[in-house]
Design a protein around this ligand. Structure first.
Ligand code: GLY
Ligand code: MN
Ligand code: MN
Length: 446
């Protein structure tokens, strides 16, 4: 779906839901991210804090959301930058207080420079203060000052926050279950990510450099409306595929190499996260295909485990079992299945887990275990990646030589639904014949 036709998330409803959890004993103070310097006079592209953006949809820096259920001066307050025609000529438009009030549908907007004057009064008679502790030293100091101010009035009978709650504690449970608007946005962002991968497969050929393949893929992300890449793209050919977070992307890709591409777009604050591994020349060699088939079987088995009510650990276990059988069939591990699992001998070749929550953050928030320490069960609306892999670095002296230097990962993004797993990233092929057929079409026209 066109990015500008996507449904608007229910920010007001989310704030109400959080406020109901807080009760009128509590107050939440949620700042957005700050601008980060890249080098002299240059900033990194601004990216709002995910928690703040989840509750406001407001994408300017220097803003703080305050939620104070029952507060007579307005329960939902946004502190932000006022209009400043001179600065706006240099740095771009600002919503200003009136614009932000209308856009975010909060009760009040104040100039962010007034926060030190206004906030201590809001903290008065609140016992619980929720904020992202430790996220910023500067914020920690401000919060202590605002709290001390309220505390200094204790003799006049004013109560002040005595309980501090980490903001993620209440908020991240909400963020873990994606509502219908979020599901639509995630279908869109994974769809555009898949389109980038499909385009990359067609452009790929021996002699091309990793960065050129990266550029082809990211070109499609941006052309389709992505706001950013969700994380630095990984394009690793040959043995570079065995470096899990390889991002140099500088090497030439050679005839006979397999290339591992892990790349995703970001749209409206949501991430796609897709990996495909394919032959640079468009045809899998027999050893590449043998390894690829094991990873693919493992990935398909893992996706099958993403059913409502099943433990979040089950899909990793399912993936590992198939990988272990494959490692034995390939003659890479010779011990018994039980011994390999017991001693985790597969970890020399599969050193990460099978996936993670996906959402506004690529490694999204949310606990994997419940308060009892048990793995939690899957619920409708959760989104996970499924990304098993096998990595045989060239230094693995004790495996058959034909497999050395091959790295394969296959990663899809999956929504847990009542009807079973919905593979959001299904738009990019992963069956070897389908990859070869797409690559055989050759360069697509821009
Ligand atoms: N792209 C990061 C990950 O797959 O976890
Ligand atoms: Mn990834
Ligand atoms: Mn991932």
């Amino acid at each position: 779906m066109e990015p500008n036709l996507l449904p608007l998330p229910d920010y007001v409803g989310r704030r109400r839901q959080l406020m109901a959890k807080l009760s009128d004993r509590g107050v939440a103070v949620l700042p957005t991210a700050g601008l980060q310097t890249r080098n002299r006079d240059v900033h990194f592209p601004f990216r709002p804090d995910s928690d703040f953006f989840y509750l406001t949809g407001f994408a300017e820096p220097e803003a703080v959301l305050v939620l104070a259920p029952g507060y007579a001066g307005g329960e939902q307050i946004l502190f932000c930058r006022p209009r400043d025609p001179e600065r706006e000529v240099w740095d771009g438009r600002r919503a200003g207080l009136e614009g932000a009030l209308e856009m975010c549908r909060v009760d009040r907007c104040y100039d962010v420079r007034e926060i030190d004057t206004i906030l201590p009064g809001i903290l008065e008679n609140r016992e619980i203060l929720m904020y992202p502790m430790g996220q910023s030293g500067e914020l920690d100091i401000h919060v202590q000052q605002w709290r001390s101010h309220a505390k200094s009035r204790a003799r006049q009978g004013v109560r002040y926050p005595v309980e501090l709650i980490e903001s993620g504690y209440l908020l991240h449970e909400m963020r873990m279950i994606k509502d219908p608007a979020e599901q639509e946005i995630m279908r869109a962002v994974t769809g555009m990510s898949a389109a980038g991968h499909r385009h990359g497969m067609r452009q790929c050929h021996p002699g091309m450099h990793e960065y050129q393949l990266q550029a082809e893929i990211e070109y499609v992300f941006y052309r389709l409306g992505a706001s950013h890449v969700a994380y630095p793209s990984i394009v690793g050919a040959g043995a570079n595929a065995c470096i899990l977070h390889y991002t140099e992307n500088r090497d030439p890709m050679r005839e006979g190499d397999l290339v591992l591409v892990d790349a995703g777009a970001e749209l409206l604050g949501y991430a796609g996260d897709i990996t495909r591994s394919y032959p640079v020349n468009g045809i899998f060699s027999p050893p590449q295909l043998a390894v690829y088939d094991v990873v693919l079987k493992s990935q398909i088995a893992a996706i099958g485990e993403l059913q409502i009510g099943r433990s979040v650990a089950a899909y990793h276990e399912a993936a590992v079992e198939v990988l272990v059988d494959g490692l034995r069939d390939l003659g890479i591990l010779r011990e018994s299945r039980e011994e390999i699992l017991e001693r985790q001998l597969y970890r020399s070749f599969y050193m990460h887990r099978t996936g993670h929550w996906l959402g506004m953050d690529v490694h999204d928030v949310g606990d994997y275990r419940g308060p009892d320490g048990q793995w939690r069960n899957l619920e409708a609306g959760m989104v996970l990646t499924v990304e098993p892999g096998l990595y045989f670095s060239p230094d693995c002296a004790d495996i058959p030589e034909i497999y050395r230097g091959i790295g394969v990962r296959i990663e899809d993004d999956v929504l847990v639904t009542l009807g079973g797993p919905e593979v959001l990233s299904a738009g990019v092929p992963k069956i070897p014949e389908e990859i070869e057929a797409l690559m055989a079409l050759g360069e697509s026209v821009r």
